[in-house]
Ligand binder design. Sequence first.
Ligand code: DGY
Length: 325
Amino acid sequence: MKKPNVYVTRMLPQPAVDLLREHCEVEINPEDRVLTHAELLEKVRGRDAVLCLLTDTIDEAVLAAAGPQCKIFSNYAVGFNNIDVEAATRHKIMVSNTPDVLTDATADLAWSLLFATARRVVESDKFLRDGCYKGWGPMLLLGLDITGKTLGVIGTGRIGANFAAKAKGFKMKVLYNDLEPNPAFEAETGGVFVDKATLLKEADFVSLHVPLLPSTRHLIGPAEFKLMKKTAVLINTSRGPVVDEKALAEALQLGEIWGAGLDVFENEPAVEPELLKCENAVLLPHVASATVETRTNMGLIAVRNILAAMKGETPPTLVNRELLA
Ligand code: DGY
């Protein structure tokens, strides 16, 4: 029997590629770069399945170019804001993502950012390497305490809950905000539901864990920075456009907030130039899920979703479940 024909938009960890090759004819973008839209349109044509990344814009045109035989676009990410899911559903193309396996890694990186920002880890390392360290000093590179402080978590999905649960070790009070109170989150984290303004006013650390939706774009902007404590730290490992990056740079420069730890940016890979000038910001290149184990597991899930679709089964982490109706 003819094997399904699958296109993979960028090289993935080998175990995932090996599993896919066992069952499918596979072509992988040989170059370590994001494909252009024109290249995507050409490469997806006639495929039975496409394994794509959060850096690929999968719009109506790409879905149409894939053709009616295409069963699935399997996204190698938990977030799927890069895919026009409604258009995929119209084209009867399944969309899947890679939840769960990256929850710990992403929450851990949010903690890394919190620590790095509050304790000025990156700045201190640079200070030493630049030859500035002339000996211990009582006022040298003072940061902020973390233990016992108030943590504000916006978004109580898997990653937000995992991140908040880890605060127990630091004896922190957890405040949270979401569309509505989340009893499971409260049971797991001891968190207290408050409105967004209260959270911003009271939290020492504010961490964002919402998906990117029209309603969450610029969820944190000039008005929100004005509500936050001058000693507050903002952490974002969700999606860049959730924060108004220009307003953040201004808030950091004016001392409206103390610092920010970011793994995501509004126009990746570009970063707001004013933000690059802020020493009180720790800026990472979207690496929250970047561990060997997590990226391998993401690859295996993405492949299993494709293999299920090829067998006429429901992909384990199907996004547009309305297709099943
Ligand atoms: C995701 O999966 O959505 C992350 O941003 C990258 O792993």
